[in-house]
Design a protein around this ligand. Sequence first.
Ligand code: CTP
Ligand code: GDP
Ligand code: MG
Length: 200
Amino acid sequence: MEKSFDSQDKIKDAKIIFVVGGPGSGKGTQCERIVAKYGYTHLSSGDLLRAEVASGSDRGKQLQAIMQKGELVPLDTVLDMIKDAMIAKADVSKGFLIDGYPREVKQGEEFEKKIGKPCLLLYVDAKSETMVKRLLKRGETSGRSDDNEETIKKRLDLYYKATEPVIAFYESRGIVKKVDSELPVDEVFVQVSQAIDSLK
Ligand SMILES: Nc1ccn([C@@H]2O[C@H](COP(=O)(O)OP(=O)(O)OP(=O)(O)O)[C@@H](O)[C@H]2O)c(=O)n1
Ligand SMILES: Nc1nc2c(ncn2[C@@H]2O[C@H](COP(=O)(O)OP(=O)(O)O)[C@@H](O)[C@H]2O)c(=O)[nH]1
Ligand SMILES: [Mg+2]
């Protein structure tokens, strides 16, 4: 008990950035650039889940079935994974990029209760046709079982239904910065850099 309080303490004051956008909008691509320029720690909730699937564990098998359908895995599962990953990096991290989370308002609320408040929500915006095109292209090489036409459609629907309200929720708090991910990667990153530089 004592120990878990200690480790939680380590991330209490961490700089936290939520990176939110539709599937294939370019979140991972921009996060890679941010890591290179600012040295933040990138935690993709999807990557953490895929690592669990790759481990072949029973839990991984359950996750795989959910992700294959484009549905959301139980909130606590993802949140615990993110929290453990943050604690593991707390001593060396200048800040955390939480990519692909929160997927719904409730996930944001739980994150704040258990971990802390974000100082910025980076909203990576692209048109749905653009996202579909990018995901189909990525699917040619990604090996991701959810990068297929049917699952992409479900992921997009769920994004508009569950995740867009997350953006509105944080708009009201004044911490949303939207970047236009229709532009070439370098130009998107100029906007991303401005958003990060404006943090104190
Ligand atoms: N917080 C999260 C993150 C991911 N997932 C599950 O993991 C899948 C893949 O997530 P992710 O890698 O974040 O996918 P996308 O946002 O669609 O795009 P990406 O690489 O493509 O970021 C989701 O469809 C969902 O089933 C989830 O349930 N909850
Ligand atoms: N043209 C263009 N392609 C991009 C851009 N950002 C990402 N992509 C491509 O779109 C696909 C999805 O990007 P990714 O970063 O994985 O998106 P995520 O699903 O939001 O994490 C990848 O194949 C990228 O190479 C961009 O700004 N412009
Ligand atoms: Mg990604």
